[in-house]
Ligand binder design. Structure first.
Ligand SMILES: [Zn+2]
Length: 402
């Protein structure tokens, strides 16, 4: 086996153990060995490294350790529970929203440390990619310094964009609301990070709805549900899809553009050029119009219910997570959507899928961008993406100073 292969195997083993620690907090080395199929000595040495680097910590000893030990007589020393540590590493995410930058700083288990909003420094009229990314990188430089004061390390930061990202090439194909098209976003982003001394930090970039879906998936309090679909209702309507433990972005990064599902053949003209798109009925402008005209959003709620019904039959998600300003602004929207979906489910003799609100509200995509880095780092399979790999060869960070 070549050295490169050995390093990859080591990296895979480490990521397997870290992922197991999330689904089985408190597991012992022996349990990790059993769950992963790795030998005890491999687990032992990987765990030792992960503890040295501050990713894992040993939990409190059992109160009834003596009883425990007595029961296990002859089987060596009692097992020590292990868990992910939040004492050394933190992650950040920046959501490059249409109206400014939203920043979220979280622990490796998804607890929010702080969040901020910033207007675009360059002004709304001059949204040049280079300037906006420089502002985002500068914010992260500040995060790194502030974390350091708390004895924490900025161990990765992701970027969420309101557009279609081609993850194979690192190109942003189109972000209509920013007026960006075919931007070599990964190259610009790495250059911006380097200006603030962050070139070694693992980073990733993805569409905002995909990030949001991933944040809700990676940082779920209970076991993650696969498949999970995040639906955002804002100026536009979109979805992020987590399928088979990965973001499903489609051939061109356009999967989840559900705002342009046709609900009414020959209906109202949509900004995309088609007629009868969902966005003409559920988009923020349509909601405002409808609210003024009829005093409620029942019609839009039914349209959203139809959209969810169609997604449900296409992907059969275990869970829908709902976010976006409109969902918070018009609670009746979701109520009508749920009723519509339930009626369709009932007609087919089935129970409707679970629908819940996004955990992180306004900062869902920003937290998701932080989760994206974790997601990529814990799945070395992404190393086949050259631009992700270039910045994420090995998530071996400096050991924690004693
Ligand atoms: Zn459309």
């Amino acid at each position: 086996m070549k050295i490169g292969d050995l390093q990859l195997v080591k990296r895979i083993n480490r990521s397997v153990l870290l992922r197991l620690m999330r689904s089985h907090p408190g597991a012992s080395r022996a349990q990790l060995s059993h769950l992963s199929g790795l030998t005890k000595s491999t687990v032992s040495s990987a765990v030792r490294e992960l503890i040295e680097e501050g990713w894992l910590e040993e939990g409190l000893q059992n109160e009834n350790r003596e009883t425990h030990a007595a029961q296990r007589q002859g089987q060596g020393r009692p097992s020590t529970p292990l868990m992910l540590s939040s004492k050394h590493h933190a992650l950040a995410g920046i959501d490059l929203a249409v109206d400014g930058l939203r920043l979220a700083v979280v622990s490796v288990t998804g607890d929010m440390l702080w969040s901020e909003e910033h207007a675009f420094r360059a002004g709304k009229k001059a949204l040049e990619p280079r300037l906006v990314l420089a502002q985002a990188a500068q914010l992260l430089g500040g995060v790194r310094d502030r974390l350091r004061e708390r004895g924490l390390q900025l161990s990765g930061a992701g970027l969420a964009l309101p557009g279609a990202m081609d993850i194979k090439t690192g190109m942003l194909r189109i972000a209509p609301n920013l007026g960006w098209r075919n931007v070599a976003i990964s190259t610009l982003w790495f250059a911006a990070l380097a200006e603030f001394g962050l070139e070694e930090m693992p980073t990733s970039i993805q569409n905002e709805a995909d990030c949001a879906a991933l944040g809700e998936y990676e940082f779920a309090r209970l076991a993650s549900t696969d498949a999970l679909i995040f639906v955002t209702c804002d100026v536009g309507v979109g979805a992020g899809i987590v399928l088979n433990d990965r973001i499903y972005a489609g051939a061109q990064g356009l999967a989840g553009e559900i705002g342009h599902n046709i609900l009414v053949p020959g209906g109202d003209l949509c900004s995309c050029g088609r007629r009868g798109c969902a966005e003409t009925m559920i988009g923020a402008r349509a909601l405002e119009r409808q609210c003024k005209a009829t005093g409620d959003v029942a019609q839009a709620g039914q349209a959203l219910g139809i959209l969810l019904q169609n997604l449900w039959t296409a992907f059969n998600p275990g869970q829908f997570v709902m976010g976006g300003k409109s969902v918070m602004r018009y609670p009746a929207l979701l109520k009508h959507a749920k009723e519509t979906l339930a009626a369709y489910a009932d007609a087919a003799g089935m129970s409707p899928p679970e629908i819940r609100l996004a955990r992180y509200g306004f900062f869902t995509s920003a937290v998701g961008a932080a989760a994206l880095v974790l997601h990529h780092q814990l799945r070395p399979v992404y190393a086949d993406l050259p631009w992700v790999a270039s910045n994420a060869q090995d998530w071996r960070l400096e050991p924690i100073a004693a």
